[in-house]
Write a protein of this length. Structure first.
Length: 431
């Protein structure tokens, strides 16, 4: 093992690490705070950088806090439990502003309103792994950061109370040897009241025992409403229950199926929808990457026509059901990729909502957006790097402005205690 090196942390960067310099090399190390002096053990050395782990905090920051979770630093889930929540928000805003400028040459000097969440018990969905623990017995938990090694847990402070109760019940089933040996993964999703559960189970091979597995889980978890078992050997799925759960956000209820994406912060959903909607009204809105219709449904109350575009088959089924249940006559669904939809779309919308995956919006889709020239674009992003790239294409910079100007940048803190950044950017077409 290389000898430890001493560095002073200059700032936090996206990804959860602190940045420092040592003898001409850039140093990256997690679980630190700006201005701390630390001794690190190099874990990876390249020509221009060193990645390490903290061996000793020589001069801790006055802001350093005690992490409430006993697994913090081992479990790969959280990055910032050593930082008070108000400071997490400040650092995330700084990282967002710096990333937009560095990668997209988008120099946003305006305010970044922060939509804060309760810092713990916010997750409505978790995914646990099941594997042999340190003592050889089977345990439930999360993988350690950057590895396939299990961190066995008995609680998760960022998960909702219902999910923590579920974790305890499953741990008891494991301890008594009642769970099948091939069970490898459990995903649990709780509804808006933190009451009813949707469960996804991944097993090596069901071997005809799916019904028994369903009965076992329903006995241990009376709140389980619907359960899907994935046999990985055959790639078959067996469903027990209605196949979906109902989730209320504001005035609307959404059907969410086993394989559909939905935002994980149970406290910020209504506020996020309101931020996207703002005062927007008009003739035509496009909801691209619409998912199950979190924005499509309320948009239908504000616009004469709404086109919702979603390529994922499971999400599109839920989207169709949610649009029909909303009672709005105007929305219609296009089950296709955003790129394919924009290639054939000609009409100018009043509003386009973009909520893409982490990879952002494809370049050819952005080019088509510039051609159809919507009056306003609202871009909800879960990755500041791809957001910076895409904003550069839409808005340009001070020297080379493009068709849109940025009017608002918000930080929506969907993932407290982690480095993840959700940003909402509103763009208006230049006159």
């Amino acid at each position: 093992m290389p000898n430890p090196i001493d560095v002073r942390i200059e700032k936090l960067i996206y990804g959860g690490e602190g940045l420092a310099h040592h003898e001409g090399q850039t140093v990256f190390v997690p679980f630190v705070l700006p201005d701390e002096s630390v001794s690190i053990e190099p874990m990876e050395k390249r020509k221009k950088f060193i990645r390490g782990r903290v061996a000793q905090i020589k001069t801790p920051s006055a802001d350093r806090a005690a992490a409430p979770c006993p697994y913090f630093g081992v479990c790969g889930g959280c990055n910032y439990q050593h930082i008070p929540y108000e400071l997490q928000l400040r650092y995330k805003s700084e990282i967002l502003r710096e990333t937009l400028a560095r990668l997209g040459r988008v120099h946003w000097d305006g305010p970044i309103p922060t939509h804060a969440s309760p810092p713990f018990a916010y997750r409505n969905r978790v995914q646990w792994k099941i594997a042999p623990g340190e003592r050889g017995s089977r345990e439930i938990g999360y993988f350690q950061a950057g590895s396939q090694k299990l961190c066995a847990i008995r609680q998760c402070p960022i998960a909702s109370p219902r999910l923590n109760d579920t974790l305890g019940a499953i741990a008891n089933l494991l301890e008594t040897g009642r769970l099948p040996a091939g069970l490898r993964e459990i995903e649990a999703f709780a509804d808006h009241d933190d009451d009813r559960l949707l469960l996804n189970l991944g097993v090596d091979a069901a071997n005809g025992a799916s019904a028994e597995m369903d009965a076992l889980f329903r006995s241990a978890l009376p709140s389980a409403e619907t359960l899907l078992i994935h046999d990985r050997r055959t790639d078959n799925f067996e469903l027990f229950g209605p196949g979906h759960i109902s989730y209320r956000v504001g005035e609307h209820s959404y059907r969410i199926g086993h394989l559909s994406f939905f935002q994980v912060n149970r406290f910020l959903l209504d506020e996020m929808v309101r931020a996207v909607m703002a005062e927007g009204r008009g003739r035509l809105a496009l909801d691209l990457f619409a998912g199950v219709g979190l924005f499509s449904v309320p948009l239908a109350n504000r616009f004469e026509r709404v086109i919702a575009v979603e390529s994922n088959a499971a999400a599109a089924r839920d989207l169709e059901a949610n649009l029909q249940a909303s009672g709005a006559a105007s929305p219609n669904l296009r089950h296709m990729t955003v790129e394919a939809f924009l290639e054939q779309w000609q009409e100018r919308p009043d509003l386009v909502v973009l909520d893409p995956p982490r990879t952002g919006v494809a370049a050819r889709a952005l080019a088509r957006l510039l051609k159809i020239a919507p009056k306003e674009i609202v871009y909800l992003s879960c990755d500041p790097a791809t957001l910076a790239r895409d904003l550069g294409a839409l808005a340009g910079d001070a020297q080379n402005p493009r068709d849109y100007r940025i009017s608002e940048v918000h930080l929506v803190d969907i993932f407290p205690q982690t480095y993840h950044i959700e940003a909402l950017v509103r763009l208006s077409r230049r006159a």
